[in-house]
Design a protein around this ligand. Sequence first.
Ligand SMILES: Nc1ncnc2c1ncn2[C@@H]1O[C@H](COP(=O)(O)OP(=O)(O)O)[C@@H](O)[C@H]1O
Ligand SMILES: [Mg+2]
Length: 258
Amino acid sequence: MALIVVASGKGGVTKTTTAYALAAALRELEEAPFLLDLDPGASLTENAGLIADGTHALDLLEGRGSLESLSAATIDDVPLIPGTADLLAAAGDRGQLIAWAERLRALAETQLLIIDTAQGLGLPATRAALLAADYIVVPMQAEPAVIKRSYPDVLALLRLFRADDELRARFPLNPSFLFVLTKHNSRLGLTRHELDKLAREGVQIAAYVPSGVAAAESCLSGKSVVTYAPRSPVAQGYRALARTLIAAMNARKLEVAS
Ligand SMILES: Nc1ncnc2c1ncn2[C@@H]1O[C@H](COP(=O)(O)OP(=O)(O)O)[C@@H](O)[C@H]1O
Ligand SMILES: [Mg+2]
């Protein structure tokens, strides 16, 4: 299957909202994803109505249990492995980075796993996830301050990984990027300006998710916006992202088979 990592160099860009809306939209399309909360702040876990009082995410990375045994709740029928503040205490040495990334790749052999990450790219768990990723979903808004830090930081980190002989030998390191424009408002002049700039930089937007109150409200409902407001334009935007992702996964399968 595949490892999908939602990440950005910039905080507060709708990573968590995107992670579980994408999971719910994939579930609607008969996929069976798992959600893994690798944010020590555990907002995804809290949105599911759980208190992050175990060490599930860390246990998963360290091989002390399976996706099934460590999932503690579901959001929209998607099993969730809760986040833990203990991720902050990780040593973050090279051995750990490799071991965690190898563990994530092993899980993704047979399962579809969607990972929500913490703010920024500095946390060891975030780096391990990006090192192992098949798909990197980068949510962003059409604002200069967001765009400057969102995807360029992720690309810079991947270049660092690729420049490392040992990492290149152990990991495929060729993730596909899915850029999602969220809180989108096509009527803003700034939006058009920033979209033109992105296009010139070669960034293709995989899906547009409009700004909408349903997204903010859904956080309090224990559901993703896809099931909280199924007919909303926000939900439709995430369904479009899920379809694009499935098409990309099918294309990869064909590549591997040929
Ligand atoms: N499409 C949207 N329209 C309006 N607000 C949104 C939308 N998507 C997410 N939000 C709100 O934006 C804020 C940040 O989202 P969140 O997913 O927590 O970001 P991150 O995980 O990157 O910190 C939250 O208050 C969320 O409810
Ligand atoms: Mg978050």
